[in-house]
Design a protein around this ligand. Structure first.
Ligand code: CA
Length: 503
């Protein structure tokens, strides 16, 4: 088992794989000057004041004071570099063609009626126009699950698509297009099988015709609570519409489909300094195999790619894709600027405890989950993809906001990497948990699906864990296996990204 990880030749820091005491000779002739917590960095050379601190082969920051060889380097010791410019970024200079061969090219999914990506689950999704209906709908969904769902064994679940948008918002503000697009596209999610059901209130700003296409705005699909005479009538209307939709959904069957019909989302949360060593590169390897097999994979989280955006631009297949990437970064820079913050607002206390000194270090680890394949498309938040391959879908990095954005983009499942641990899950699509270190898996043996910890200790390779994850992704997509969050029903509220004003 190895005691430290140095990532590239150029690096002048390494991270320890376990808590290591001051005075330890960690490598021949290098004695640690401090106690170093697991995943934290120590200096491989003396670093002068304002000297570069290099990990992943990139400058994480500049030393605020001289740092001695063997000393601990934490978040208080470096100055953040200036964010790289997104003007005239070189594109297409790193287009990889020899991706790792995928052993399987098909999966068992639910074909989409509209020719979009396939479903991985068979769910009755009940859409809402406004938060006001949530109480009534939640009671109804409990009853549907208890009284009706058991009659339809081919349907996996009934999910209320509750959210906090819909009224008390500036519905005509330019940025209102983000939440409206998100909710419109979630309603079309392939796991809902084209069976549209909407519960609305009747006086809200987000009207039904803003949520669904005109031909779908019919009494067969829409219930208006203010048109119902009392509580019992509301319940009866919801229960009877749900039963009709469940009858239709119960006819759906899985079939063998090419992987070109699978769309996988990648996200991370609660990252540590091992995320970029083990979990994210393993996910990146699985992503490379998926793309090789024809599948589509998307990664997101603008603030966590911003400092490594050149590494994405060089993988863009066209100037147009590169330009969209730059536009999304500019939009987000302005959004943060308007709130008087910059990307340094991102790392959380837990990230720092896990050894991540700043957003540059976090970004380098985060980008690793996208693997090495060409970037074929860039999406604005909650847009649906039109291409196959690796896609960058610009979203906030917040787990609860990125999740619904990727759902709106149509992901059949999400792969979620963590170092510190989070029980986050989505009701509408399975979420697979991959952790970066063995201690995390030991702590949450029955919450984490796959551990990449053996990559940190040197007992497994990125390729081995990546292949294990690829196989698990296909098992989950095909309904042969359920990740823990799905088994337990751990589902987070959908926080819809709304950069527009609240009224
Ligand atoms: Ca996240």
């Amino acid at each position: 088992m190895r005691d430290y990880v140095k990532l590239t030749e150029r690096d002048n820091v390494a991270v320890v794989t376990h808590d290591t005491a001051k005075g330890t000779e960690i490598m021949p002739g290098l004695v640690l000057q401090d106690d170093i917590p697991q995943a934290h960095k120590f200096a491989l050379t003396d670093i002068p004041k304002d000297g570069e601190i290099i990990r992943y082969g990139v400058v994480l920051g500049y030393a605020l004071d001289p740092i001695k060889r063997g000393a601990w380097i934490n978040e208080h010791m470096l100055r953040l570099p200036v964010s790289p410019s997104v003007d005239n970024m070189p594109w297409g200079t790193n287009i990889r063609k020899d991706l790792p061969e995928a052993p399987v090219k098909t999966f068992m999914g639910y074909r989409s009626e509209d020719g979009f990506y396939a479903g991985t689950r068979n769910i009755l999704g009940i859409q809402t126009t406004v938060q006001c209906v949530q109480g009534v709908l939640n009671v109804a969904v409990e009853r549907i699950k208890r009284e009706i769902l058991p009659k339809y064994p081919n349907v996996d679940d009934v999910v209320a698509v509750n959210h906090a948008y819909g009224c008390g918002v500036a519905i005509n503000a330019p940025f209102a297009k983000f939440p409206i697009r998100a909710l419109r596209n979630i309603a079309k999610h392939p796991n809902f099988g084209g069976q549209l059901m909407v519960v609305s209130l009747g006086c809200e700003k987000l009207t039904v015709d803003m949520l669904v296409d005109p031909e779908n705005n019919t009494p067969e699909n829409v219930i208006v609570l203010q048109d119902c005479k009392g509580y019992d009538a509301m319940m009866t209307a919801i229960m009877s519409m749900a039963e009709k939709k469940l009858q239709a959904l119960d006819k759906r069957r899985r079939e063998e489909l090419p992987l070109s019909q699978l769309l996988v989302g990648m996200q991370c949360g609660g990252s540590d300094a091992f995320s970029g060593v083990s979990a994210n590169p393993s996910a990146g390897y699985a992503a490379d195999m998926l793309v090789q097999a024809g599948a589509t994979v998307m990664f997101s989280e603008v603030t966590e790619v911003r400092d490594g955006v050149h590494f994405i631009a060089e993988r863009c297949v066209s100037e147009e894709v590169r330009n969209k990437l730059a536009d999304e970064m500019r939009w987000y820079d302005a959004y943060l600027d308007a709130g008087h913050v910059d990307r340094s607002a991102n790392p959380a206390p837990g990230n720092k405890k896990g050894g991540l000194s700043n957003i540059v270090e976090k970004a380098m680890g985060s980008i690793a989950k996208s693997g090495t394949s060409p970037i074929v498309e860039v999406l604005s938040p909650a847009e649906r993809p039109t291409k196959h391959g690796m896609i960058y879908a610009a979203t906030p990095a917040s787990d609860m906001v990125c999740g619904p954005c990727q759902l709106a983009s149509g992901i059949g499942l999400q792969v979620f990497m963590t170092g510190r641990g989070t029980p986050y899950g989505l009701a509408a699509a399975p979420v697979i948990k991959v952790c970066s270190r063995n201690e995390m898996k030991a702590q949450w043996e029955d919450v984490i699906d796959i551990s990449a910890g053996a990559v940190v200790t040197g007992e497994k390779t990125i390729q081995e864990v990546g292949t294990e994850l690829f196989t698990f992704i296909l098992d989950v997509a095909s309904g042969r296996k359920k990740p823990y969050t799905e088994q337990y029903g751990l589902h987070n509220f959908l926080c819809i990204f709304n950069p527009a004003p609240i009224t």
